[in-house]
Design a protein around this ligand. Structure first.
Ligand code: FAD
Length: 319
Protein backbone atom coordinates (compact mmCIF):
# COMPACT_ATOMS: atom_id res chain seq x y z
CA UNK A 1 0.00 0.00 0.00
CA UNK A 2 1.38 3.40 -0.97
CA UNK A 3 -0.05 6.68 0.17
CA UNK A 4 0.27 9.48 -2.35
CA UNK A 5 0.68 13.18 -1.51
CA UNK A 6 -0.21 15.81 -4.11
CA UNK A 7 1.56 19.16 -3.82
CA UNK A 8 -0.93 21.78 -4.94
CA UNK A 9 -0.18 25.08 -6.62
CA UNK A 10 -2.10 28.23 -5.85
CA UNK A 11 -1.81 31.94 -6.38
CA UNK A 12 -3.58 34.42 -4.10
CA UNK A 13 -5.92 31.71 -2.89
CA UNK A 14 -6.82 30.51 -6.39
CA UNK A 15 -6.01 26.90 -7.16
CA UNK A 16 -4.06 26.34 -10.38
CA UNK A 17 -5.89 23.98 -12.71
CA UNK A 18 -2.70 21.95 -13.23
CA UNK A 19 -3.06 20.66 -9.65
CA UNK A 20 -6.22 18.79 -10.66
CA UNK A 21 -4.22 16.94 -13.33
CA UNK A 22 -1.63 15.99 -10.70
CA UNK A 23 -4.53 14.73 -8.54
CA UNK A 24 -5.70 12.48 -11.38
CA UNK A 25 -2.17 11.05 -11.72
CA UNK A 26 -1.94 10.54 -7.95
CA UNK A 27 -5.24 8.64 -7.95
CA UNK A 28 -3.93 6.43 -10.73
CA UNK A 29 -0.89 5.49 -8.60
CA UNK A 30 -3.11 4.90 -5.56
CA UNK A 31 -5.50 2.75 -7.60
CA UNK A 32 -2.63 0.54 -8.71
CA UNK A 33 -0.96 0.28 -5.30
CA UNK A 34 -4.00 0.31 -3.03
CA UNK A 35 -3.03 3.48 -1.14
CA UNK A 36 -4.83 6.70 -0.29
CA UNK A 37 -4.44 10.19 -1.74
CA UNK A 38 -4.08 13.40 0.22
CA UNK A 39 -2.90 16.87 -0.77
CA UNK A 40 -0.90 19.79 0.55
CA UNK A 41 -1.60 23.47 -0.12
CA UNK A 42 1.14 25.95 0.81
CA UNK A 43 0.95 29.72 0.93
CA UNK A 44 -0.26 32.65 2.96
CA UNK A 45 -3.97 33.31 2.74
CA UNK A 46 -4.35 30.11 0.74
CA UNK A 47 -7.45 28.81 2.52
CA UNK A 48 -9.77 29.29 -0.47
CA UNK A 49 -7.46 27.20 -2.66
CA UNK A 50 -7.44 24.45 -0.03
CA UNK A 51 -11.26 24.49 0.11
CA UNK A 52 -11.43 24.36 -3.68
CA UNK A 53 -9.10 21.35 -3.77
CA UNK A 54 -11.02 19.62 -0.96
CA UNK A 55 -14.15 20.02 -3.09
CA UNK A 56 -12.54 17.46 -5.39
CA UNK A 57 -12.91 14.77 -2.72
CA UNK A 58 -9.44 14.83 -1.21
CA UNK A 59 -8.20 15.44 2.36
CA UNK A 60 -6.06 18.58 2.24
CA UNK A 61 -3.36 19.73 4.66
CA UNK A 62 -3.12 23.50 4.66
CA UNK A 63 0.27 25.03 5.48
CA UNK A 64 -0.61 28.70 5.78
CA UNK A 65 2.06 31.10 7.06
CA UNK A 66 3.69 34.40 6.00
CA UNK A 67 6.99 32.59 5.36
CA UNK A 68 5.23 30.61 2.61
CA UNK A 69 3.67 33.66 0.93
CA UNK A 70 6.01 33.49 -2.05
CA UNK A 71 6.84 30.35 -4.03
CA UNK A 72 10.37 29.98 -2.68
CA UNK A 73 11.40 26.35 -3.00
CA UNK A 74 13.76 26.68 -0.07
CA UNK A 75 10.90 27.62 2.26
CA UNK A 76 8.31 25.23 0.81
CA UNK A 77 10.44 22.06 0.50
CA UNK A 78 10.81 21.29 4.24
CA UNK A 79 7.04 21.68 4.66
CA UNK A 80 6.45 19.23 1.81
CA UNK A 81 8.84 16.75 3.44
CA UNK A 82 7.11 17.10 6.79
CA UNK A 83 3.65 16.69 5.26
CA UNK A 84 4.81 13.62 3.31
CA UNK A 85 6.08 12.02 6.51
CA UNK A 86 2.86 12.90 8.38
CA UNK A 87 0.78 11.41 5.55
CA UNK A 88 2.94 8.25 5.48
CA UNK A 89 3.37 9.03 1.78
CA UNK A 90 5.62 6.90 -0.36
CA UNK A 91 4.75 8.98 -3.44
CA UNK A 92 4.87 12.75 -3.86
CA UNK A 93 3.28 14.14 -7.02
CA UNK A 94 3.04 17.62 -8.47
CA UNK A 95 2.40 19.31 -11.81
CA UNK A 96 5.41 20.10 -14.00
CA UNK A 97 4.76 23.85 -13.86
CA UNK A 98 7.48 26.40 -13.05
CA UNK A 99 6.55 26.03 -9.37
CA UNK A 100 6.58 22.23 -9.43
CA UNK A 101 9.82 22.07 -11.40
CA UNK A 102 11.50 24.34 -8.88
CA UNK A 103 10.11 22.73 -5.74
CA UNK A 104 10.06 19.00 -6.41
CA UNK A 105 13.82 18.26 -6.62
CA UNK A 106 14.49 20.10 -3.37
CA UNK A 107 11.61 18.32 -1.60
CA UNK A 108 12.82 15.00 -3.03
CA UNK A 109 16.31 15.52 -1.61
CA UNK A 110 14.80 16.17 1.80
CA UNK A 111 12.91 12.85 1.51
CA UNK A 112 15.73 10.83 -0.10
CA UNK A 113 13.37 10.27 -3.01
CA UNK A 114 14.20 9.45 -6.63
CA UNK A 115 12.47 11.77 -9.10
CA UNK A 116 10.90 11.43 -12.54
CA UNK A 117 9.91 14.65 -14.27
CA UNK A 118 7.30 15.54 -16.92
CA UNK A 119 5.53 12.19 -16.65
CA UNK A 120 3.08 11.53 -19.49
CA UNK A 121 1.47 8.28 -18.37
CA UNK A 122 1.46 5.69 -15.62
CA UNK A 123 1.91 2.02 -16.51
CA UNK A 124 2.89 -1.24 -14.84
CA UNK A 125 0.90 -3.94 -13.11
CA UNK A 126 0.89 -6.05 -9.96
CA UNK A 127 1.59 -3.00 -7.83
CA UNK A 128 4.67 -2.12 -9.90
CA UNK A 129 4.57 1.46 -11.16
CA UNK A 130 6.30 2.45 -14.37
CA UNK A 131 6.37 6.11 -15.33
CA UNK A 132 6.46 7.13 -18.99
CA UNK A 133 8.40 10.30 -19.66
CA UNK A 134 9.82 12.02 -22.75
CA UNK A 135 13.50 12.15 -23.59
CA UNK A 136 15.32 13.87 -26.46
CA UNK A 137 12.59 16.42 -27.09
CA UNK A 138 9.91 13.76 -27.04
CA UNK A 139 11.53 11.60 -29.72
CA UNK A 140 11.92 8.79 -27.20
CA UNK A 141 9.47 7.83 -24.47
CA UNK A 142 11.29 6.19 -21.56
CA UNK A 143 9.62 3.94 -19.02
CA UNK A 144 11.25 4.42 -15.63
CA UNK A 145 10.87 2.69 -12.29
CA UNK A 146 11.74 4.59 -9.11
CA UNK A 147 13.33 2.34 -6.52
CA UNK A 148 13.68 4.51 -3.42
CA UNK A 149 11.33 4.07 -0.46
CA UNK A 150 9.77 7.49 -1.15
CA UNK A 151 9.32 8.40 -4.81
CA UNK A 152 8.53 11.73 -6.44
CA UNK A 153 7.33 12.75 -9.87
CA UNK A 154 5.90 15.67 -11.76
CA UNK A 155 3.27 15.31 -14.47
CA UNK A 156 2.61 17.18 -17.68
CA UNK A 157 -0.81 18.70 -16.94
CA UNK A 158 -1.76 18.37 -20.61
CA UNK A 159 -1.54 14.55 -20.35
CA UNK A 160 -3.90 13.96 -17.40
CA UNK A 161 -7.53 15.09 -17.38
CA UNK A 162 -8.30 17.42 -14.45
CA UNK A 163 -10.01 15.59 -11.56
CA UNK A 164 -13.74 16.27 -11.28
CA UNK A 165 -15.46 17.63 -8.18
CA UNK A 166 -16.39 14.95 -5.64
CA UNK A 167 -17.67 14.76 -2.05
CA UNK A 168 -15.61 13.62 0.94
CA UNK A 169 -12.81 16.20 1.04
CA UNK A 170 -11.61 18.10 4.09
CA UNK A 171 -9.11 20.79 5.08
CA UNK A 172 -6.80 20.38 8.10
CA UNK A 173 -4.37 23.15 9.04
CA UNK A 174 -0.79 22.09 9.73
CA UNK A 175 1.84 23.92 11.79
CA UNK A 176 4.67 25.53 9.83
CA UNK A 177 8.07 25.49 11.52
CA UNK A 178 10.09 27.28 8.82
CA UNK A 179 12.02 30.29 10.12
CA UNK A 180 12.34 33.08 7.50
CA UNK A 181 15.65 34.20 9.02
CA UNK A 182 17.21 30.78 8.38
CA UNK A 183 16.61 30.89 4.63
CA UNK A 184 19.46 31.51 2.21
CA UNK A 185 17.08 33.00 -0.35
CA UNK A 186 14.84 36.03 -0.13
CA UNK A 187 11.89 37.06 -2.27
CA UNK A 188 12.68 40.34 -4.03
CA UNK A 189 10.05 41.00 -6.70
CA UNK A 190 7.55 39.30 -8.95
CA UNK A 191 7.20 40.84 -12.39
CA UNK A 192 3.87 39.51 -13.49
CA UNK A 193 2.82 39.64 -17.10
CA UNK A 194 -0.64 41.19 -17.14
CA UNK A 195 -2.74 40.16 -20.08
CA UNK A 196 -6.38 40.19 -21.05
CA UNK A 197 -5.74 37.00 -22.96
CA UNK A 198 -6.00 33.55 -21.39
CA UNK A 199 -2.93 31.91 -19.85
CA UNK A 200 -1.03 30.04 -22.58
CA UNK A 201 -1.13 26.66 -20.84
CA UNK A 202 -4.84 26.93 -19.99
CA UNK A 203 -6.06 28.37 -23.31
CA UNK A 204 -8.55 26.47 -25.47
CA UNK A 205 -7.11 28.12 -28.59
CA UNK A 206 -3.49 29.18 -29.21
CA UNK A 207 -2.34 31.30 -32.16
CA UNK A 208 1.44 31.04 -32.50
CA UNK A 209 3.96 32.78 -34.71
CA UNK A 210 7.56 32.17 -35.64
CA UNK A 211 10.41 33.70 -37.58
CA UNK A 212 8.08 33.99 -40.56
CA UNK A 213 6.30 36.90 -38.83
CA UNK A 214 9.50 38.92 -39.20
CA UNK A 215 8.65 40.41 -35.83
CA UNK A 216 5.16 41.62 -36.76
CA UNK A 217 2.76 39.75 -34.47
CA UNK A 218 -0.05 42.26 -35.22
CA UNK A 219 -2.14 40.05 -37.52
CA UNK A 220 -1.72 36.99 -35.26
CA UNK A 221 -2.60 38.96 -32.12
CA UNK A 222 -5.73 40.28 -33.84
CA UNK A 223 -6.74 36.74 -34.83
CA UNK A 224 -6.07 35.60 -31.25
CA UNK A 225 -8.35 38.34 -29.92
CA UNK A 226 -11.10 37.36 -32.37
CA UNK A 227 -10.88 33.78 -31.14
CA UNK A 228 -10.35 34.53 -27.42
CA UNK A 229 -7.00 32.78 -27.81
CA UNK A 230 -3.59 32.99 -26.17
CA UNK A 231 -0.62 33.97 -28.33
CA UNK A 232 2.37 31.62 -28.52
CA UNK A 233 5.70 31.79 -30.32
CA UNK A 234 8.62 29.73 -31.50
CA UNK A 235 11.95 30.13 -29.82
CA UNK A 236 13.29 31.93 -32.90
CA UNK A 237 10.71 34.70 -32.35
CA UNK A 238 11.49 34.88 -28.64
CA UNK A 239 15.27 34.85 -29.15
CA UNK A 240 14.93 37.69 -31.66
CA UNK A 241 13.36 39.74 -28.86
CA UNK A 242 10.09 40.16 -30.76
CA UNK A 243 7.87 38.69 -28.05
CA UNK A 244 8.19 37.88 -24.34
CA UNK A 245 9.91 34.71 -23.12
CA UNK A 246 6.77 33.34 -21.55
CA UNK A 247 5.13 33.05 -24.99
CA UNK A 248 7.59 30.34 -26.03
CA UNK A 249 6.10 26.95 -26.84
CA UNK A 250 8.32 23.90 -27.03
CA UNK A 251 10.92 21.77 -25.37
CA UNK A 252 12.46 24.71 -23.51
CA UNK A 253 9.22 26.67 -23.37
CA UNK A 254 5.67 25.77 -22.39
CA UNK A 255 3.86 22.56 -23.26
CA UNK A 256 0.33 23.24 -24.47
CA UNK A 257 -2.54 20.99 -25.53
CA UNK A 258 -5.34 23.31 -26.68
CA UNK A 259 -8.33 22.29 -28.78
CA UNK A 260 -6.91 24.38 -31.64
CA UNK A 261 -3.30 25.43 -32.35
CA UNK A 262 -2.64 27.78 -35.25
CA UNK A 263 1.05 27.82 -36.24
CA UNK A 264 1.90 30.65 -38.63
CA UNK A 265 5.40 31.18 -40.02
CA UNK A 266 6.73 28.32 -37.90
CA UNK A 267 8.80 25.62 -39.62
CA UNK A 268 7.94 22.82 -37.18
CA UNK A 269 11.34 21.99 -35.66
CA UNK A 270 11.14 19.01 -33.29
CA UNK A 271 11.86 21.22 -30.31
CA UNK A 272 8.80 23.33 -31.14
CA UNK A 273 6.60 20.36 -31.94
CA UNK A 274 7.50 18.81 -28.55
CA UNK A 275 5.47 21.59 -26.96
CA UNK A 276 2.31 21.51 -29.08
CA UNK A 277 1.81 18.15 -30.70
CA UNK A 278 -0.80 17.30 -28.06
CA UNK A 279 -3.17 19.93 -29.57
CA UNK A 280 -6.42 18.39 -30.78
CA UNK A 281 -6.43 20.27 -34.10
CA UNK A 282 -3.33 21.84 -35.65
CA UNK A 283 -3.60 24.43 -38.41
CA UNK A 284 -0.36 25.40 -40.17
CA UNK A 285 0.18 28.45 -42.37
CA UNK A 286 3.55 28.47 -44.10
CA UNK A 287 4.95 29.74 -47.40
CA UNK A 288 7.05 26.60 -47.82
CA UNK A 289 5.07 23.52 -48.85
CA UNK A 290 7.93 21.31 -47.57
CA UNK A 291 7.97 22.79 -44.05
CA UNK A 292 7.93 19.94 -41.48
CA UNK A 293 4.97 21.51 -39.65
CA UNK A 294 2.72 20.21 -42.44
CA UNK A 295 3.60 16.62 -41.43
CA UNK A 296 1.74 17.03 -38.14
CA UNK A 297 -0.90 19.56 -39.23
CA UNK A 298 -4.55 18.56 -39.55
CA UNK A 299 -5.12 21.53 -41.88
CA UNK A 300 -2.29 23.12 -43.88
CA UNK A 301 -2.31 26.32 -45.87
CA UNK A 302 0.66 27.01 -48.16
CA UNK A 303 0.42 30.78 -48.10
CA UNK A 304 1.94 34.03 -46.94
CA UNK A 305 0.67 34.57 -43.40
CA UNK A 306 0.32 38.31 -43.99
CA UNK A 307 -2.33 37.56 -46.61
CA UNK A 308 -3.81 34.38 -45.15
CA UNK A 309 -4.38 35.59 -41.57
CA UNK A 310 -6.34 38.78 -42.47
CA UNK A 311 -8.35 36.74 -45.00
CA UNK A 312 -9.09 34.17 -42.29
CA UNK A 313 -10.29 36.94 -39.97
CA UNK A 314 -12.60 38.28 -42.68
CA UNK A 315 -14.10 34.84 -43.19
CA UNK A 316 -14.54 34.34 -39.44
CA UNK A 317 -16.29 37.70 -39.16
CA UNK A 318 -18.55 36.89 -42.09
CA UNK A 319 -19.55 33.77 -40.10
P1 FAD B 1 12.35 28.92 -38.80
O1 FAD B 1 12.78 27.52 -38.61
O2 FAD B 1 13.31 29.90 -39.39
O3 FAD B 1 11.03 28.87 -39.68
C1 FAD B 1 10.35 30.01 -40.14
C2 FAD B 1 9.26 29.49 -41.05
O4 FAD B 1 8.47 30.60 -41.46
C3 FAD B 1 9.78 28.83 -42.31
O5 FAD B 1 9.21 27.52 -42.42
C4 FAD B 1 9.30 29.73 -43.46
O6 FAD B 1 8.94 29.00 -44.62
C5 FAD B 1 8.10 30.38 -42.83
N1 FAD B 1 7.78 31.72 -43.35
C6 FAD B 1 8.63 32.75 -43.62
N2 FAD B 1 7.94 33.83 -44.02
C7 FAD B 1 6.62 33.47 -44.04
C8 FAD B 1 5.43 34.15 -44.36
N3 FAD B 1 5.42 35.45 -44.75
N4 FAD B 1 4.26 33.47 -44.27
C9 FAD B 1 4.23 32.18 -43.89
N5 FAD B 1 5.34 31.48 -43.57
C10 FAD B 1 6.53 32.13 -43.62
N6 FAD B 1 12.19 26.11 -30.67
C11 FAD B 1 10.96 26.36 -30.20
O7 FAD B 1 10.09 26.86 -30.92
N7 FAD B 1 10.66 26.06 -28.90
C12 FAD B 1 11.54 25.52 -28.04
O8 FAD B 1 11.21 25.30 -26.88
C13 FAD B 1 12.86 25.23 -28.53
N8 FAD B 1 13.79 24.65 -27.74
C14 FAD B 1 15.01 24.34 -28.27
C15 FAD B 1 15.94 23.65 -27.46
C16 FAD B 1 17.17 23.31 -27.99
C17 FAD B 1 18.14 22.57 -27.11
C18 FAD B 1 17.49 23.65 -29.32
C19 FAD B 1 18.82 23.27 -29.90
C20 FAD B 1 16.58 24.32 -30.11
C21 FAD B 1 15.34 24.69 -29.60
N9 FAD B 1 14.40 25.36 -30.37
C22 FAD B 1 13.15 25.57 -29.88
C23 FAD B 1 14.73 25.94 -31.69
C24 FAD B 1 14.27 25.11 -32.86
O9 FAD B 1 15.26 24.16 -33.19
C25 FAD B 1 14.05 26.01 -34.10
O10 FAD B 1 15.25 26.72 -34.37
C26 FAD B 1 12.92 27.03 -33.93
O11 FAD B 1 11.75 26.36 -33.48
C27 FAD B 1 12.66 27.67 -35.28
O12 FAD B 1 11.68 28.64 -35.15
P2 FAD B 1 10.78 29.06 -36.38
O13 FAD B 1 10.03 27.88 -36.88
O14 FAD B 1 10.01 30.26 -35.99
O15 FAD B 1 11.87 29.56 -37.44
Amino acid sequence: MSNVLVIAEQSRGTLRKATLSALTAAREVARRTGGGVSALVLGSGAGAAAEELAAHGVPVRLADAPVLAHPLAEAHAPVVAEAARAAGASWVVTAATSYGKDLLPRAAVALGAAVATEVLAIAGDGGEILLRRPMWAGNVIAEVELRTAVKAFSVRPTEFAPAARAPGGSVTPMAVAVDAASLGTRFVELQEVKSERPELTDARVVVAGGRGTKGDFGPLSALADDLGAAVGASRAAVDAGWVPNDWQVGQTGKVVAPDLYVAAGISGAIQHVAGMKGAKVIVAINKDADAPIFQIADYGLVADLFQAVPALRERLKAG
